[in-house]
Ligand binder design. Structure first.
Ligand code: UD1
Length: 339
């Protein structure tokens, strides 16, 4: 049972490869290493005992991608993570985002069509909901106009997939992630942001370890209990396990429709200050932070209604916020000590 994991040396991809291998899948990784490193394939092998087959090339290259799929026409499915994901960067360089995220998806779909590879799991995002009118947000909530080119690539990708599968044998599942944080319990793999982190938890751990002077908390005037923005943080290992459940559902032909969508969140919303408090509790450290103005484009609050995923997919996030922040901190320390 061979599965292609694009972006398999990246943050969510690497954790998913480990969980797939644990369940007996043979994994092929394709990654251009634009935001990850080749040693991660070895770190995966340290955890699972199995080195995944790894090919380094750019999936936006049509010829290389077509050639790859011809050589791997026995794939049972594709889990497609490889994409750019920095919201601010996408505002500054929209064409780079549209080209990378959309062209690679189209090349993959073409390769799947031509070689009759039946199952695609796509990394989507809660960003497609914008600021939802109702909380918690379910998969039935309307898609709001995207706040950024990055968000738009997720919306357009879902549409490209839906249109393509109508005229092919491909089945697809879009998984809409809330805010993945944390790291594998071994601390052998975790999040490795390039340069200054955009996301909250890597910024917290890098501040605590002394790489950054101070965390800026973006806004304390939101209409939330403590005034800071609320998100549904989910442990990356819980998220990774959802991909295994999703691909098995597809392979076992348990889908109710040829295109399915699932929210991957815990159903709990936490504020920025609550995440900081959790980090301080598990690390025993005092974090240097200050409140600053809001970050443009941020929504006030969003958390998942995970009922459909829990009941229909048969998956539920198990790890709590303290386990998430503790594992992120352990990873930061292990990784910096290795340097
Ligand atoms: C957003 C998108 C998500 C996307 C991700 C990619 C939404 C709801 N979510 O996540 O789909 O995959 O970007 O990067 O649109 N914060 C600080 N200080 C910091 C960093 C963050 O206070 O230095 C705050 C933010 O204002 C936000 C929270 O922490 O309230 C989480 O931010 P972040 O980790 O960047 O994720 P999102 O912006 O929610």
């Amino acid at each position: 049972m061979k599965i292609l994991v694009t972006g398999g040396t990246g943050y969510i991809g690497s954790h998913t490869v480990v969980e797939l291998q644990k369940e007996g899948f043979e994994v092929v990784i394709v990654d251009n290493l634009s935001n990850s490193q080749a040693w991660i394939a070895d770190a995966i092998a340290d955890i699972s005992g199995k080195k995944p087959h790894f090919e380094q090339f750019d999936l936006a290259d049509q010829k290389l991608t077509a050639d790859f799929f011809r050589r791997h026409s026995d794939l049972m499915g594709v889990i497609h993570f490889a994409a750019f994901k920095a919201v601010g960067e996408s505002v500054d360089n929209p064409l780079m985002y549209y080209r990378n995220n959309l062209v690679s998806l189209m090349n993959i779909l073409e390769g799947m069509q031509q070689n009759v590879i039946p199952n695609l799991v796509f990394s989507s995002s809660c960003t497609v909901y914008g600021q939802p009118d109702e909380l918690p947000v379910s998969e039935k909530a309307p898609i709001k106009k995207a706040e950024s080119p990055y968000g738009n690539t997720k919306q357009i990708s879902e549409e490209i997939i839906q249109d393509t599968i109508k005229s092919s044998e491909i089945h697809a599942t879009a998984l809409r992630y809330f805010n993945p944080i944390g790291a594998h319990e071994s601390a052998s793999i975790g999040e490795l942001p390039l340069g200054v982190p955009n996301n909250l938890v890597p910024f917290i751990t890098q501040t605590a370890i002394g790489l950054r002077k101070q965390l800026s908390v973006f806004g304390e005037d939101y209409n939330t209990p403590d005034g800071t923005a609320i998100r549904d943080y989910i442990h990356v290992v819980d998220l990774a396990q959802a991909h295994v459940v999703a691909i098995k559902r597809m392979i076992n032909q348990q889908m109710k429709q040829r295109f399915e969508i699932f929210n991957l969140g815990t159903g709990n919303g936490y504020s920025v200050l609550e995440v900081i408090q959790s980090f301080e509790k598990v690390s025993g450290l005092k974090l240097n932070y200050k409140i600053v103005g809001r970050r443009p484009g941020d929504v006030e609050q969003v958390w998942a209604n995970p009922e459909w995923s829990n009941n229909e997919l048969g998956w539920k996030a198990k790890r709590n916020l303290d386990e998430m922040t503790a594992s992120a901190w352990k990873w930061e320390q292990y990784y910096r000590n290795k340097q």
